[in-house]
Write a protein of this length. Structure first.
Ligand code: LRH
Length: 491
């Protein structure tokens, strides 16, 4: 069989990549073509995404793909969740999209529940965890603050759809990314109009919903010419990065939990139908849309964000640590001295993270880490303990026994944290693929091109082609004792 080549644009909240995925005789080979930064842009007291710069990076990625000299079948884009751009009546992009860490949504869910619709109804309609930054509350805050962008908007496009629009001129609402917004009803798989209408907005803002695999259009002629590629088809993959990553879990059967590990740690299980009940509402569990109509029942846990912010601060102070140094420092530090709840509100915003950790220790009566090594150790141990806390809740809900945790995404390369996680959870951990989002993106394009059939076939192919590493629980007794302490500080 002739090889088929696909271009995946995989954009996270801190960086993006262009990956060329090649499929030949059931073998998948990945090649990173470009890597570029994506940083929150502080401007006039707000946080934005520089979508124009992202567009330029996509063009650069297309030029790099052209230089490979291979025939490309299609292009697909996945990004982080919830954020969106507005398009005016003349088709132009209306300014910069807000970044989800902008504080304009602080307290917005509570305002929405008291002024628009009660919390139970919002959760009942959507099954989505209440988080300040959900698109629903971003829209509420913009409407409340008389946003001129919103007033002028003809259409709203979620980030992957907005970028696909810039490439093709065609507008769609891809299902998995829309599911992160808290505007979609997972039972009907449609935008729930009353959530918008009750605050004076209309569901007409959204172009038609399409499923992963839908062909959005082809590259604009002038763009294709400028980048030296043909007018390639742009396919809606699972536009939500986490959905693409979960599609790439190399699991042999359904009895697994996943942890998509990056800036966020997204832990969950895959189920056939949404789980929306009193228990999932109490746990603030989310029912995001997956591939083949599956539901990603999951929970956002603050992941590498805290470490990333510490590393940024330490670098500013002249201490720039490499990844092997970080692991060595954590390995050498004393165990179980200080514990933090990674999801404490004080760690959510960008800023001086080591100071936020010190303040947290003061508030919770724990020893302040004496140096950077102790801080890193506290972060890794606390993450592994938080994973157990959340997994225990999934164990109480799952319609099957959870036999294994699949850790995927960039964080799966952290062998020390993987071992901590296996020890803390008491079940085997399989790590990899670390490029799960890009792999999922590529495989969904391959499925659209007819190279693979079902989700399970995709997963079997990934399991065959991409090496993984297993971590078996070891010293579980010490972790059990630590967990008893952890439960007294966690929310
Ligand atoms: C991870 C992620 C996560 C969302 C968050 C906004 O990149 O997509 O699933 O909750 O970004």
């Amino acid at each position: 069989m002739q090889p088929k080549h696909f271009v995946a644009f995989d954009l996270g909240a801190t960086s993006g990549r262009t990956i060329l995925g090649s499929l030949r005789d059931g073998e998948l080979v990945l090649k990173e073509l470009t890597r570029f930064p994506n940083a929150i842009l502080p401007l006039g007291g707000h946080y934005y995404w520089n979508i124009f710069s992202l567009y330029e990076h996509l063009c650069e990625g297309l030029r790099a793909a052209a230089r490979e000299g291979v025939e490309i079948t299609s292009v697909g884009i996945d990004t982080w969740g919830v954020d969106f751009a507005f398009i005016g009546r003349d088709g132009s992009l209306l300014g910069l999209p807000y970044a989800y860490r902008d504080p304009h949504t602080d307290g917005a869910p509570e305002e929405y529940f008291s002024k628009v619709l009660p919390k139970e109804e919002v959760y009942g309609d959507t099954g989505i965890q209440i988080m300040n930054f959900n698109s629903l509350y971003q829209l509420y805050a913009m409407q409340r603050d008389h946003s001129s962008q919103l007033a002028a908007a003809d259409r709203l496009l979620f980030m992957p759809d907005a970028l696909s629009y810039l490439l093709t001129g065609e507008m769609v609402t891809e299902y998995t990314i829309a599911s992160t917004s808290q505007l979609l009803n997972p039972r009907t798989k449609r935008i729930e109009a009353r959530l918008l209408e009750k605050m004076g907005l209309s569901a007409e803002l959204f172009p038609p919903i399409v499923m992963p695999g839908h062909r959005i259009g082809t590259l604009r002629a002038e763009l294709a010419a400028a980048c030296g590629v043909p007018q390639l088809p742009v396919v809606a993959v699972a536009g939500h990065d986490t959905a693409s990553a979960v599609a790439a879990v190399p699991a042999a059967n359904e009895r697994f939990a996943y942890l998509s590990s990056g800036t966020w740690s997204l832990m969950g299980i895959e189920v056939r139908e949404p789980f929306i009940n009193e228990q999932t509402e109490r746990y603030n569990f989310t029912n995001e849309g997956g591939v083949e109509g599956t539901t990603r029942l999951l929970k956002n846990i603050t992941g590498m964000w805290i470490l990333e912010q510490c590393l940024k601060k330490w670098k500013e102070e002249g201490r720039d640590y490499s990844y092997p140094e970080i692991v060595k420092m954590a390995t050498g530090a004393a165990p179980f001295r200080t514990m933090i709840d990674p999801d404490d509100a004080s760690f959510a915003a960008p800023g001086d993270m080591p100071a936020a950790i010190r303040a947290y220790c003061g508030r919770t009566g724990q020893p302040v880490p004496d140096d950077d090594s102790a801080t890193i150790r506290a972060i890794f141990e606390s993450l592994a303990l938080k994973y157990r806390f959340v997994l225990d809740r999934f164990r109480s809900l799952a319609p099957f026994g959870i036999e294994r945790l699949h850790v995927i995404g960039g964080g799966s390369k952290n062998a020390l944290l993987n071992q901590f996680t296996a020890d803390s959870l008491g079940i085997p951990v399989t790590a990899g693929p670390s490029e799960a989002t890009a792999v999922g993106n590529i495989m969904l394009q391959a499925r659209a091109a007819g190279c693979v059939g079902t989700l399970q076939e995709m997963r079997s192919l990934i399991a065959r082609c991409i090496p993984t590493e297993d971590f078996i629980p070891g010293d579980t007794a010490a972790w059990d004792a630590a967990y008893t302490r952890f439960k007294t500080i966690v929310k």
